[in-house]
Design a binder for this molecule. Structure first.
Ligand code: EPZ
Length: 417
């Protein structure tokens, strides 16, 4: 295992290129199972989670070739309908194979993903949706077994706007007989990206990006060549680093229209942000104002940016109330930030953050992907040295983050534990 050592104090300056979005790449690579023939995906990020999903697709019978950030997948060899615990436990998003497997093979046996550090993460809404399409569902020995004579279009209402649940049901419905309507569907840009790919493959889907998505089943899909959209959470993380270190950063290869809530909040705290098509210029202000945050499904403030923004509020002027409405346990980073001198009080799903003049470097432990990023950010602005342990969490969702920060002038290095 590696650790990352950060010496705080540098004001970050320069340009950083954003990689492809993890949460778009995962469902899009899985969508290759829905067609025979070679799909070509470019701008695929080099992440542990992407490696895990490629392993799973290979195991299921697909052919996978990787050449740098281009990945080619032929789903025509799909022959297995089972995703083992060993594969799924590595990455819960493996559950995304459920929809395509049932759509193509009329059956699937997938290990229940289980919870993770940030919450129980159930998949009941995924399964309720599949049942509405005419699948029978059995939960046995930690696995979910799904089978059908043939999926039929139906109306599905999500009690919660679940991102991967929406993606799973879209991929299940594209080859179903008839029309499926998803209500209270998630609106994230990653869903719009997936639907753009599926429609290029010959699907007939309308309403992506809104809470009502209509999928007209088609006979078959064909392979495509597409590029993965930029990662809005990686971009937001670097924007926060500019605000935090009173730096001056240009974010390249990003999609500002996907980042409205984050840009709005950064401007409120005094950050100067100029948008120039696919570039964002971010200049941090000397004084950081406090602002309240409430995480919500898109287009609300993203839960995946909550930990990063909390670091900003830890050194802001005044009090900030941060409420996490999406996951039930997404304040794990708080205890580590407090060890660095942050003044944070948790009450239920809210955290009251009182800005302090300075954080102090310390050895800290990463617990989940975005918490890890927040600890790196804290190290960038803290006085002295911060050692972030268990950075394998970071590698799941950030491509070469220490190299990118180092290129911006940070004193940061990765060393073996
Ligand atoms: C996706 O997770 C993202 N992961 C998460 O990003 C992101 O935080 C989350 O959406 C919210 O935006 C991927 O896209 C691979 P949900 P997902 O289903 O789909 C509850 C990261 O850091 N729920 O939208 O698993 C659930 O417990 C990761 O990149 C049910 O109750 O999230 C949660 O409270 C972390 N039953 C809420 O809905 C279900 O069947 C939203 O979860 C499904 C979800």
């Amino acid at each position: 295992m590696d650790k990352i050592i950060v010496e705080g104090g540098a004001s970050l300056e320069g340009e950083v290129k954003i990689s492809g979005a993890k949460n778009a790449a995962l469902p899009i690579l899985v969508s290759s199972l829905l067609a025979d023939g070679w799909n070509t995906y470019s701008n695929v990020p080099d992440l542990k989670d992407v490696k895990s999903i490629k392993q799973l697709l290979l195991y299921l019978g697909a052919k996978v070739e990787t050449d740098g950030s281009t990945v080619r997948i032929d789903g025509g060899g799909l022959c297995k309908s089972e995703a083992s615990y060993d594969l799924v436990r590595k990455m819960r998003a493996s559950i995304l194979v459920l929809g395509p497997l049932v759509a193509r093979l009329k059956k699937a046996k997938v290990s229940l993903p289980g919870g993770c550090a940030i919450g129980a993460r159930p998949i009941n809404l995924h399964l309720k949706g599949l049942a509405r399409l005419g699948a029978s569902i059995e939960l046995k020995h930690g696995y979910v077994e799904v089978s059908t004579e043939g999926l039929r279009g139906s109306e599905i209402y999500f009690d919660i706007a679940t991102v991967t649940g929406t993606e799973n049901l879209i991929m299940a419905a594209v080859l179903a007989d008839g029309v499926t309507v998803l209500r209270n569907a998630a609106c994230e840009p990653e869903i719009v990206a997936l639907v753009d790919v599926l429609n290029k493959m010959g699907a007939d889907i309308h309403g992506a990006g809104t809470s009502v998505i209509t999928i007209k089943g088609v006979q078959s899909l064909r392979p495509v060549s597409v590029s993965i959209i930029p990662d809005r959470i990686e971009a937001g993380t670097f924007m926060v680093s500019a605000a935090l270190t009173r730096g001056n950063i240009t974010i390249l290869n990003c999609e500002p229209t996907h980042m409205g809530a984050v840009i709005h909040k950064l401007r409120l705290i005094g950050t100067d942000i100029k948008i120039d098509d696919k570039k964002i210029h971010v200049v941090g202000s000397d004084e950081i104002e406090s602002v309240d945050i409430k995480t919500l499904p898109y287009p609300g403030f993203p839960t995946d940016m909550q930990a990063q923004f909390m670091v900003l509020m830890s050194v802001a002027k005044g009090l900030s109330n941060i409420s996490e409405t999406v996951f039930e346990n997404r304040f794990i980073h708080v205890s580590e930030l407090k060890r660095m001198g942050a003044d944070i009080t948790i009450s239920g799903n809210s955290a009251m953050v009182k800005g302090v003049p300075m954080l102090l470097g310390a050895p800290v432990i990463a617990t989940d992907l975005r918490a890890s990023a927040s600890l790196i950010l804290a190290g960038l602005v803290a006085k002295g040295k911060t050692e972030v342990h268990r950075v394998y969490h970071l590698d799941r969702g950030y491509e070469a983050i220490e190299k990118k920060f180092s290129q911006l002038g940070a004193s940061i290095k990765r060393v073996p534990e």
